[in-house]
Design a protein around this ligand. Structure first.
Ligand code: AVJ
Length: 313
């Protein structure tokens, strides 16, 4: 979907198609959706959050050895900076200093990040912390202006890159590189491709929290078109998860048993038709290698958790 189009245009374009209907994943994160997402990361079935937290907590001292001392750590979508706090703490104890820029659209997250980092990173000076309330690329531009000549380590945690199709992921990383310039390191967290049943359960939990999260995203998309979804209507939709092994992604779909027409916007969802609300790509080592090469990066170090322990590839 076009990166420049506003959400309304994107929803229209995605729902007016005669097949492969789709909505932008950004609509998942209104207040309700963000609340549900906070619940998702607590679920037993949702392994990605726990796995990443564990990896960072355990191996931060090893990871930060690949980042030079004079580097500024710049985090995209820092949220409350709980996970990046492990890296900062290790970085600070290795080098005795740590300059950090947190970028997020949410002011309340930035406040939490500030408090968390000062509490969790031993010896950190408040003057070493900077926060920018903006979207990723605008935030990066401002960070570059604030530190024109510094080496940046752009951190993108949470496997959010999984929401982008291969081409969009490449454009995203290229764009990052063009804003930051060649003195740019990237620390990227991505989820590994793994067995179908683990993947399925992580996105189809017993409590139905993910289902509620996905249906809420669908509801938000329809609200943009002026269609208010009642509880009965929402309950009539069904949720299903498809593991697409060809594209190596988990797909989250909403099915409309009785269809839906929004005449005013020329949107016609047929009876039994499904809309793709979100997908989450899962990567092999080779996928990541390819992503790096196509985006003009090279892989300097990689660490992975799980079966293999922590490995430097
Ligand atoms: C925030 C994109 C990493 O893909 O696992 C979780 C979002 N969707 N459960 C993911 C999500 C359903 C999550 N990311």
């Amino acid at each position: 979907m076009g990166a420049l189009a506003g959400p309304f245009q994107e929803v229209l374009e995605g729902l007016q198609r005669s097949s492969s209907k789709q909505i932008p994943f950004s609509l998942l994160y209104d207040d309700k959706g963000s609340e549900l997402y906070e619940q998702i990361v607590e679920l037993d079935e949702y392994y990605p959050y726990a796995a990443e937290t564990h990896l960072l907590e355990e191996y931060a001292p090893l990871i930060v050895r690949s980042i030079p001392a004079d580097c500024v750590l710049v985090e995209l979508g820092c949220g409350s900076a709980t996970k990046s706090g492990y890296l900062l703490n290790a970085f600070h104890s290795l080098h005795g200093r740590c300059h950090y820029v947190g970028i997020d659209v949410s002011q309340s997250f930035l406040k939490q990040a500030h408090t968390n980092l000062l509490g969790n990173v031993h010896g950190l000076k408040p003057s070493s912390l900077h926060f920018i309330q903006a979207d990723y690329m605008e935030g990066l531009t401002q960070a570059r202006q604030a530190f024109p000549n510094k080496l940046f380590c752009v951190m993108w945690l949470g496997s959010s890159i999984g929401n982008l199709v291969a081409e969009d992921a490449v454009s995203f990383l290229k764009k990052t590189l063009s804003i930051v310039g060649p003195n740019c390191l990237l620390f990227l967290c991505a989820d590994q491709w793994k067995d179908t049943s683990t993947l399925y359960k992580a996105y189809h939990d017993d409590k139905g929290v993910t289902e509620a999260f996905i249906k809420n995203g669908m509801k938000n998309a329809l609200a943009l078109l002026g269609h208010t979804v009642s509880k009965e209507e929402l309950d009539s939709w069904s949720y299903h998860v498809q593991i697409n092994s060809k594209l190596r992604r988990v797909e989250m779909w909403v099915t409309f048993p009785s269809g839906l027409c929004i005449q005013k916007h020329n949107v016609h969802i047929r009876r039994g038709e499904s809309v793709l609300v979100e997908f989450s790509r899962k990567f092999t080592v080779q996928d990541l290698q390819e992503l790096a090469t196509r985006s003009n990066f090279y892989i300097q170090g990689a660490w992975r958790s799980g079966l293999y322990g922590c490995q430097i590839l």
